[in-house]
Design a protein around this ligand. Structure first.
Ligand SMILES: *[C@@H]1O[C@H](CO)[C@@H](O)[C@H](O)[C@H]1NC(C)=O
Ligand SMILES: *[C@@H]1O[C@H](CO)[C@@H](O)[C@H](O)[C@H]1NC(C)=O
Ligand SMILES: *[C@@H]1O[C@H](CO)[C@@H](O)[C@H](O)[C@H]1NC(C)=O
Length: 533
C-alpha cells in the first residue's frame, strides 16, 4: 500500500510538477516575448533614427579595446581579389589580410585574374603575403572550392570579383553566398551588370566606402537591374600607420620636401598645387590645368602679390592614356606655362609628393570618387584639399574648414581657379585648413578607425543567427507598429465621430478611455474602449 500511495503520490506530484513546468514555460515564453517586443521597439526606433540621418548601417566605432578583431581569432577567412596589382583595391584587401592575420585569423587569398606570364609585381605581392602568413590559393583549383566551403567568411573585393563565384564554385554557389561579405569600391556605370553582381541580393552583406556610393548602388541596382542590395554597411577608409608615421615626422617631411622640390625645379617659397591620381579624363587633370591657367591670369590681372604658383600632376603614364596625355602637354605648351606645370610618372609612394606640396587638388569628375583615399592622405600631411563636390570627397572634405569644394564639370573651372587664388593669397587660411584637416584625420580616418568599423561589420556577419533574429524582430515590430497605427487612426476617426454624437446625446453616451499600458511589453498604445450605455 505504502508503495502504491507513494507511487500515486509521486504520480500526482509529477502531474503537479508538469503543471508547474508548463506554467513556468508559459511564463518564460511571455517574458521572452516581452523582451523581444521591447527589443524590437527599441531597435525599430533606433533604426529609423539611424536611417533618417544616414540611411545605411553606419558602423559606430567600438570602445577602444585591445584588438577590435580579436573575435576572429582562429577563424578561417577567404579573401577573393579581382586582381593583384599596385592599385587601390587589391592593396586595401591586403591591408585587411594583414589586419586579420594580426588578430590570429587563418587567411587564404585568391586572385581571380592573373596576367599571363610571370608578372613581377604579382610575384612580389604574393611573396609579401606568404611572409606574413597569408596562404595563397590558385583561383580555379579544387582547393579554392574546398576553402570556400570550409571558410567562416568570404570577402569578395570589388564588384568585378563576382565573376569568380559561378566560374569556380559552380553548383556550390548557394552554400557559400550566406558567408559572403562583398566589399565594393566602384561606381562607374559598367559595373552595374548582372555578369558581376547577380548574386548581390543573396550575400550576407555589402561594405561600401561612402554613403553617396552606397546610395548610388542602391538606386542603380533597383532601377537598372531590378535587384535588391543586401544589408549595406558604409565603411570609410583610413590612413595606414606607415603613412601617418611619415606625415608626423617633421624631419623626414622637410628632407622629402627639399628633395622633391629640387627635382621639380620649384623653390621652397613657391606654392605648389598637386593633382595625384592616375591620369585620365575621369580624374579631371585637363580641367585642373585650365583652372590653374585661369588662376595665373587672375593673379596677373588683379596684380596680386603672391609667390609664384606651380602645379604638379602625379600619375602620368604615357603608355596608357597617350591621347589624353598628349592633350594635356599640348595645352601646357599652348598656354606657355610649361615652367609652372610638372608631370610625374605614376607612383605608389605618394608620401614624398604630399610632403613637398602645399595644396592637394582632387578634381574627379562625374560622380566623383567612391571614396578618394588621396584626400585623407593629404590631410594627414596638413594639406588643404580643393575638391569637386561629388562622391566620397563630400564626406571627407568639410567645405570652408578643411578645404574648399567646387562643382564637377566645366562649370567648376572658374570656382576652382578662384579657390586656387584664395589659398595662394591667404597663407594663414591655408595653414589653418591644413591643421583642421589633420585633426579630422586623427578623429576619423586612421587605420584604427577603419579596423574598428570593419570589425563591427565582421562581428555582425559572423553571428549570422543574431542577424536572422534581428530580421525576425524587425519584421515583427513592423507588423505590430502598422497594427498600432491602423488602430490609432480608426480610433481617431471613430472617436471624433462619437464626440460629435456625444455633444448631441450627452446623456446616452459615455466615453471611457482606458489607457492600457501593456506592462512589461513597453507598448505604449492606448486602447480606447467605448462603452455605450
Ligand atoms: C534613383 O535616382 C534617380 C535620379 O538620379 C531618381 O529619379 C530615382 O527616383 C532614384 N531611385 C531610387 C529608387 O532611389
Ligand atoms: C616616365 O615614363 C615614361 C614612359 O611612360 C618614360 O619614358 C620616362 O623615362 C619615365 N620618367 C621617369 C622620370 O621615370
Ligand atoms: C563651399 O563653401 C563656399 C563658401 O565658403 C560656398 O560659396 C560654396 O558654394 C560651397 N560649395 C559647396 C559645394 O557646398
Amino acid at each position: 500500500m505504502a508503495k502504491q500511495s507513494s507511487s500515486s503520490y509521486s504520480f500526482s506530484s509529477i502531474l503537479h510538477k508538469r503543471w508547474l513546468l508548463r506554467l513556468f514555460i508559459f511564463l518564460s515564453l511571455i517574458a521572452a516575448f516581452a523582451f523581444i517586443i521591447r527589443a524590437a521597439f527599441d531597435s525599430s526606433t533606433q533604426c529609423s533614427q539611424l536611417q533618417l540621418d544616414q540611411r545605411f548601417h553606419s558602423v559606430a566605432p567600438l570602445a577602444p579595446a585591445l584588438n577590435p578583431l580579436s573575435f576572429i581569432k582562429s577563424k578561417l577567412v577567404l579573401l577573393v581579389s579581382h586582381e593583384l596589382s599596385l592599385s587601390g583595391g587589391p592593396l586595401l584587401l591586403m591591408e585587411l589580410a594583414f589586419l586579420l592575420r594580426g588578430a590570429g585569423a587563418e587567411v587564404c587569398w585568391i586572385t581571380n585574374q592573373k596576367p599571363a606570364g610571370a608578372d613581377q609585381v604579382t610575384y612580389a605581392l604574393e611573396n609579401k603575403m606568404l611572409d606574413r602568413g597569408v596562404q595563397v590559393v590558385s583561383a580555379k583549383s579544387q582547393e579554392a572550392v574546398k576553402v570556400a566551403l570550409k571558410a567562416d567568411m568570404v570577402v569578395l573585393n570589388t564588384a568585378v570579383a563576382g565573376k569568380w563565384l559561378d566560374a569556380v564554385l559552380k553548383e556550390n554557389v548557394p552554400r557559400v553566398l550566406p558567408k559572403v561579405l562583398w566589399w565594393i569600391h566602384e561606381m562607374r556605370g559598367h559595373y552595374f551588370s548582372m555578369d558581376y553582381v547577380k548574386h548581390l541580393p543573396s550575400v550576407a552583406g555589402a561594405m561600401i566606402d561612402s554613403h553617396v556610393t552606397a546610395e548610388y548602388w542602391k538606386n542603380r541596382t533597383q532601377e537598372r537591374l531590378r535587384i535588391k542590395m543586401p544589408k549595406t554597411y558604409v565603411v570609410h577608409l583610413g590612413n595606414s600607420n606607415e603613412l601617418m608615421e611619415v606625415a608626423e615626422d617633421r624631419v623626414a617631411k622637410r628632407i622629402l620636401r627639399e628633395h622633391v622640390r629640387e627635382a621639380l625645379g620649384v623653390r621652397n617659397e613657391d606654392i605648389l598645387f598637386a593633382h595625384i591620381n592616375s591620369v585620365s579624363r575621369g580624374k579631371g587633370q585637363d580641367l585642373f590645368l585650365r583652372a590653374f591657367d585661369e588662376s595665373l591670369r587672375l593673379i596677373q590681372e588683379q596684380k596680386l602679390q603672391v609667390p609664384s604658383i606651380h602645379a604638379v600632376i602625379v600619375g602620368s603614364d604615357m603608355t596608357v592614356q597617350t591621347k589624353f596625355e598628349t592633350e594635356l602637354r599640348n595645352f601646357v605648351l599652348s598656354k606657355k606655362i610649361q615652367h609652372r606645370v610638372h608631370f610625374v610618372n605614376k607612383t605608389l609612394t605618394v608620401a614624398p609628393y604630399l610632403a613637398a606640396v602645399d595644396v592637394l587638388v582632387q578634381n574627379s569628375q562625374g560622380r566623383g570618387e567612391c571614396f578618394g583615399r588621396i584626400s585623407i592622405e593629404a590631410m594627414a600631411f596638413q594639406l588643404p584639399v580643393l575638391g569637386t563636390a561629388a562622391g566620397g570627397t563630400t564626406e571627407i572634405v568639410v567645405n570652408g574648414s578643411t578645404g574648399l569644394l567646387h562643382p564637377a564639370g566645366k562649370e567648376g573651372v572658374t570656382p576652382l581657379a578662384k579657390n586656387i587664388v584664395k589659398l595662394a593669397t591667404h597663407v594663414e587660411r591655408r595653414l589653418t585648413m591644413g591643421k583642421k584637416g589633420y585633426e579630422r584625420v586623427k578623429e576619423m580616418f586612421l587605420e584604427r578607425h577603419m579596423s574598428h568599423r570593419i570589425a563591427a561589420v565582421l562581428k555582425e556577419q559572423s553571428m549570422g543567427y543574431v542577424v536572422l533574429l534581428s530580421r525576425v524582430i524587425r519584421s515583427a515590430s513592423g507588423f505590430l507598429s502598422t497594427k498600432v497605427t491602423v488602430w490609432r487612426s480608426i480610433r481617431g476617426a471613430i472617436g471624433s465621430r462619437l464626440i460629435a454624437l456625444a455633444s448631441d446625446w450627452v446623456e446616452e453616451i459615455k466615453l471611457f478611455t482606458f489607457h492600457v499600458w501593456l506592462i512589461g511589453l513597453g507598448v505604449t498604445s492606448q486602447l480606447t474602449v467605448l462603452v455605450l450605455q
